[in-house]
Design a protein around this ligand. Sequence first.
Ligand code: SAH
Length: 213
Amino acid sequence: MSASAEVKMQFLFTLRSKGVTDPAVLMAMERVDRAAFVKGIFADRAYQDMPLPISCGQTISQPSIVGIMTQALRISPRDKILEVGTGSGYQAAILSHLARRVYTVDRYKRLVTEAQAIFAAQDITNITTFATDGSHGLPDQAPFDRILLTAAAEDPPGTLLQQLRVGGIMVLPVGQSDAVQSLIRVTRHDSGFDYEELRPVRFVPLLEGLGAD
Ligand code: SAH
């Protein structure tokens, strides 16, 4: 069952109060039913601003952080986006309403398969999924206008920076997995990259290779 109007209104109010102010991002977040991406006993907490467990020992991110990361990407409707870390698929679904095409990858095949089923059920047709190690990006689809990592790297991966087009933006958490990390925005220029530190965050680590499931 989808959330009541009152629950959704409270959700949007919380997002705004935590700094998600871009109207297009708020509209996309209003459209995507987070409960569809959260299974079982946790589904009734889908509209609370907290991360929740999903399959394969991973987590669906806190909605206000999803909003802040989406906003930091400054997406245009014609953009082609790469997301590394599909997880539940929630973040990708929000991106899909703001951009032309979304490529999303996860190292767990099971998460990718489950997310695909939810995209299909929600009639989302502009997301392409891959079960692969996203630290190498997707060379065949590059360059990307925007790249989002939802797992923390110790440094921005060089391969991904090379897959960002000139003028493009990459947002990612940077730092050790067991410590507070920094959300970083990287902008590619003709002659190099600009780095901005946005805020402290906590994400699971970007791991090499494929997951067991
Ligand atoms: N964006 C997700 C939350 C992601 S949690 C959502 O909206 O629900 C982080 C995800 O990154 C996990 O699913 C984990 O499996 C994945 N991940 C970690 N390292 C990875 C890598 N090298 N390549 C692809 N996915 C990776």
